[in-house]
Design a binder for this molecule. Structure first.
Ligand code: FAD
Length: 527
């Protein structure tokens, strides 16, 4: 734990540095024999050592890691501010850490930088002149790439959606929740029910501008500086700061047919999910658990009407646990006449419980932004700003039946306490690019499992975190070969095991692009 004493000491050092920076005048090239020349870079007015700013920048959605304080917060107004800061740190014999903070929706302090500098990326919003981006988002087309959007790394996906829809276009791969930054999700993968079809968000990027841990500004793609391109995608912020991403766009639909079907048999449920992701017709496939101890609707989406909730509750009281398959087909004016017929064909032969299929018709935007309503409702009750001991896993298809029996039916149902949303849906390895840093199981089909718990306080959080440990221990002992998504480990050995055969490449890339281990220390991989 950072003591307030060492925090105060670092504040003093930083205050001195920032004073020096403000008085030493104009920009000059860095002279390695005199690192203090870099202090001339005029970014001191954008640095804050104010204790409120520091506290705000060390918070995240998880609310589990509370006291990892940076020494200062940078509010960059252009890409050069980021370059200056990283070059300055890189030039010091003992560099300080730097972390980009996107929207702070990490769970365990991944966007913090103890005693270093946190960069609030959202201060670039509307200021993205360096990239010549109109409010951080510009839509274009060329003959080889088709339509694409150049987007600042600080931009929220909801803003990308609105800006691209003005052109009748949209990205193809999403997360369930859109108030996350482009830089933040590309540092992980960016997954949702579209992943089986288009791959994760990292698979739908043509090009990026990245500032490396040496402070170099590099444009990279599959064909240009490709080592950096592949390193950064899913790279947990370890290799560079993403300041621009060129995102694949396609024609946007206007509406969706949204269907949920209930199952009392996990084997039938997963068989149908796997069948649906292998056919060509759907745009989104997910699934979730429903348990007798938890409400039928939850913040992730309030899908069921009050009368359907009553019907489902009585099914739950008999079964304890049921599985809900969720699928979506997009449509627009041109396909409005045929969509119902198409949907009928797609669900033909599925083995859900008779009488337990529920349908909705929604706008494309309301569907994509479905989590927001629940978030605002919880915020209004003060229930959003609570600890979130989430656990996200990728489970190979060959292990999913054992996982269901031991984790869902035994560990979680047995505890008989309300849970947050629990997601389980399959995706396909061939839609992921092996050269990227993101880590997935070896099998062709694997399941995304999300245990999205909210806790009522810190004691409760500890109980849920112990349950997470129990699940991880079980998976380890049973040899289920799972991988953590949004990974969190305490030891280097665990990280090496996590990366498996990718570890050597990951380490070499770190040495190449961030040799002084400056970036994203909150991931606790090299620090
Ligand atoms: P932050 O938490 O601010 O940062 C995360 C990491 O990325 C840090 O290490 C940070 O230093 C680094 N980073 C941030 N910006 C940059 C940048 N520009 N360049 C380089 N590194 C950077 N994930 C999914 O895949 N699918 C989902 O459906 C999904 N739903 C979610 C719903 C909620 C309510 C929440 C809280 C999270 C969800 N996530 C989901 C997880 C989310 O994608 C990650 O937590 C992501 O990192 C959050 O983005 P952020 O902008 O808040 O990043």
């Amino acid at each position: 734990m950072t003591t307030l004493l060492s925090h105060g000491y670092n504040l003093i050092i930083f205050f001195i540095i920032s004073r020096l920076m403000s008085i030493t005048g104009k920009l000059r090239p860095w002279n390695p024999s005199n690192p203090y020349e870099i202090l001339s870079f005029n970014i001191s007015s954008k640095l804050s050592t104010n204790s409120d700013a520091i506290r705000a920048s060390s918070k995240d959605f998880g609310k589990i890691v509370q006291e990892i304080f940076p020494a200062a917060v940078l509010y960059p107004s252009c890409v050069n501010d980021i370059i200056d800061l990283i070059q300055f740190s890189y030039g010091l014999s003992v560099p300080f850490h730097v972390a980009a903070r996107g929207h702070g929706h990490s769970i365990r302090g991944q966007a913090t930088a103890q005693n270093g500098v946190v960069m609030e990326m959202n201060s670039l919003t509307n200021n993205n002149n360096n990239n010549n981006l109109n409010n951080g988002i510009r839509v274009s087309r060329d003959s080889s790439l088709g339509f694409y959007a150049d987007v600042g790394g600080e931009q929220l996906w909801i803003d990308v959606l609105h800006a691209t829809l003005e052109h009748g276009l949209a990205p193809v791969s999403w997360t369930d929740y859109l108030y996350l930054t482009v830089g933040g999700t590309l540092s992980n993968a960016g997954i949702s029910g579209q992943t089986f079809r288009h791959g994760p968000q990292i698979n739908n990027i043509h090009e990026m501008d990245v500032i490396t841990g040496k402070g170099e500004f590099v444009t990279c793609s599959k064909h240009m500086n490709s080592e950096l391109f592949f390193a950064v995608l899913g790279g947990l912020g370890q290799f560079g700061i993403i300041t621009r991403a060129r995102i694949v766009l396609d024609k946007a639909p206007t509406r969706v047919k949204w269907v949920r079907m209930l199952y009392d048999d996990f084997s039938k449920f997963t068989k149908d999910q796997e069948h649906l992701i292998s056919t060509d017709g759907l745009d989104y496939v997910e699934g979730s658990l429903m348990m007798k101890q938890s409400p039928v609707n939850n913040w992730r989406s309030s899908f069921f009407s009050p009368s359907n909730q009553t019907k489902i509750s009585s099914l739950l009281s008999q079964n304890g646990i049921i599985y809900c398959l969720e699928m979506v087909k997009y449509y627009d004016d041109h396909t409005a006449n045929t969509i119902d017929e198409e949907l009928k064909k797609l669900v033909k032969g599925l083995n859900y419980l008779p009488g337990f299929m529920f349908k909705k018709d929604a706008t494309y935007v309301d569907f994509l932004n479905r989590v927001r309503r629940g978030e605002l409702e919880l915020q209004s009750k003060g229930m959003w700003d609570v600890p979130h001991p989430w656990l996200n896993l990728f489970v190979p298809k060959s292990s999913i039946m054992d996982f269901n029996a031991a984790v869902f039916v035994d560990i979680i149902l047995r505890q008989n306490r309300p849970t947050g949303p629990i997601l389980v849906y399959p995706t396909s390895r061939k839609k992921w690019d092996e050269r990227m840093s993101a880590v997935i199981p070896e099998e062709e089909t694997f399941y995304c499992v999300g245990l999205l718990h909210s806790s009522t306080g810190y004691d409760d959080c500890k109980i849920l975190d112990d349950q997470n440990d129990e699940i991880l221990n079980f998976c380890d002992k049973a040899g289920l070969n799972i991988k953590q998504y949004l990974p969190h480990y305490k030891t280097k050995e665990d990280w090496i095991k996590h990366f498996g055969k990718k570890w050597n490449t990951f380490q070499q890339r770190k040495n190449q692009f961030d040799p002084k281990m400056i970036l994203s220390p909150g991931q606790r991989i090299f620090n």
